[in-house]
Design a protein around this ligand. Structure first.
Ligand SMILES: [Zn+2]
Length: 492
């Protein structure tokens, strides 16, 4: 997520850009599991335990969605390949009360679900041992609405899918809120694979993450791109071959135009935007290949087979996996920030929301590196030390006082500046202790050796200590836990 603006409780105003957001292995099942790449080890979240069920491991979501811009009703069929992460006789999913669960079945047999508030309990009808799998199919419909965000930031009105004045819909859902548009296990520790199809009237386009498989006419014949409003429908199909956390699944239906481009070493890129935003969008997209190269030079190869940006006229900056959701009028540094999250947050995801610093500290650091190399306003390049001195050093204490230390932020202050700037300062100390080459090799190895997994503070500290042969754990803990700006030096 990009950084924000004001500290609600303090007189100071701090420039912030917004925000963005683990898993072990499980025993092998007796029969081949076609979705085994989507396996996770879900846990109860330690900051927002209301959402997500640790007994439920969704391995694959097949979402067949239809959007009606006139009624703003979303109609969906969600086919979930679910593994029992522990012995259970039910799966507890998250689905907004605004969405009506019309039909629910398990392995083809209708079941009597219980939809209570934002939770949908699906009885299996018998005890399931750990690792047993089942197919849950849920037919649902409703008008999406935002749910309140646990934040003090002024730039995020709510979480989930929101309907626009023009009859479109788009979603922003960190740390939760995917449940406003599909039934899911809405927590970061349950990554899954996705296939999403979105049916929309001619002239409208449905966008999600992964590779764009193509558009077909609803009747079945192939087509390309949206045609004029002729009363027909198009189906947009998206395939995610890498595991994704629910908060990172992009979703929008609007009157989008599409550009295709090619990034470094042939990465296919697609950009979706409203035609009125074309000029601003093209100024940003012209810089994307250089941004990816900038990040690859430091953190290793771009971690996914495709990339893209879904541009919105509203204020948003969200690192939705392989399809960033971004305001068309963002500064370039915000776009760089969201691309950095493809490494830090998307490829490697926090196990729980207390690990938000693993996302934002690293993306903020990458953003400051970019801003040092390419300052705004035509200023000459400077150093990351100078950028941090101007923007973070003098504010570290204030950020800890207002919103808590970054490893224990206040739950009502999700994605405040403390989880961006305080860990960015910790990383800069790490860089000084190791030197540039060893520091960037450490971060690249962290991503590429853990790609597709969930991780946490303990595994990060163990990785750093093993990689460097030094005990950095007290230093990292101090930066994550201290209510005052740490003075502990990194080990020499
Ligand atoms: Zn971010």
């Amino acid at each position: 997520m990009r950084r924000v603006l004001a500290l609600a409780a303090a007189a100071v105003t701090i420039a912030v850009t917004a925000a963005c957001g683990g898993s072990g292995s499980a025993a092998k099942p007796a029969v081949a599991d076609p979705w085994s790449a989507g396996r996770s080890t879900p846990v109860a979240d330690d900051v927002y335990p209301r959402y997500g069920d640790p007994a439920t491991d969704v391995e694959h979501y097949g979402l067949d969605l239809k959007w009606d811009p006139t009624t703003t009703v979303l109609t969906g069929t969600a086919t979930l390949a679910v593994r029992a992460a522990r012995p259970t006789d039910r799966f507890v999913l998250d689905l907004a009360a605004d969405m009506s669960a019309d039909t629910v079945s398990v392995n083809g047999a209708p079941v009597a679900d219980v939809h209570d508030g934002d939770h949908l309990t699906v009885p299996v009808g018998k005890p399931l041992p750990a690792d047993a799998t089942a197919t849950v199919v849920i037919g649902y419909h409703g008008v999406p609405h935002l749910v309140p965000a646990p934040m003090t930031r002024s730039d995020i009105a709510g979480l989930g899918a929101q309907v626009t004045a023009g009859g479109g819909v788009w979603a922003q859902q960190e740390p939760y809120g995917a449940f406003t548009w599909y039934p899911c296990n809405d927590q970061p520790s349950d990554k899954a694979l996705y296939d999403v199809s979105i049916t929309a009237p001619d002239g409208w386009a449905g966008v999600s993450g992964g590779s764009f498989v193509g558009r077909t006419e609803s009747g079945g014949s192939a087509g390309s791109g949206g045609s004029g409003a002729s009363g027909g429908f198009g189906v947009y199909r998206w395939h995610q071959p890498n595991p994704v956390a629910t908060y990172l699944v992009a979703f929008a239906v609007d009157r989008f135009a599409e550009d295709t481009a090619t990034g470094p070493h042939g990465i296919p890129l697609t950009y979706w935007y409203l035609p009125a935003d074309a000029d601003a969008v093209h100024r940003l997209t012209a810089r994307i290949p250089d941004m990816i190269t900038f990040l690859e030079q430091r953190f290793g190869p771009y971690p996914f087979p495709t990339g893209g940006v879904l541009f919105r006229p509203e204020q948003v900056g969200m690192e939705t996996q392989t399809m960033i959701t971004l305001s068309a009028h963002s500064p370039a540094a915000d776009l760089l920030h969201e691309f950095a999250h493809q490494w830090f947050g998307d490829a490697v995801t926090p196990r729980t929301w207390s690990g938000l610093w693993l996302n934002e500290g690293f993306a903020a650091y990458a953003q400051y590196l970019w801003q040092a190399a390419y300052p705004a306003g035509g200023n000459p390049p400077t150093t990351i030390d100078a950028v941090l001195r101007d923007r973070a050093v003098s504010q570290d204490q204030e950020l800890r006082s207002v919103d808590g230390p970054p490893g224990h932020y206040k739950p009502g202050a999700f994605a405040s500046s403390n989880v961006y700037d305080c860990p960015a300062l910790m990383l800069n100390g790490l860089r000084h202790a190791l030197g540039d080459a060893a520091f960037y090799r450490l971060l690249s190895d962290w991503v590429h050796q853990n790609q597709g997994t969930n991780q946490d503070r303990n595994t990060f500290e163990a990785f750093v200590d093993a990689h460097t042969g030094r005990d950095f754990t007290p230093y990292i803990n101090a930066w994550l836990d201290s209510p005052t700006t740490p003075t502990i030096p990194p080990p020499s």
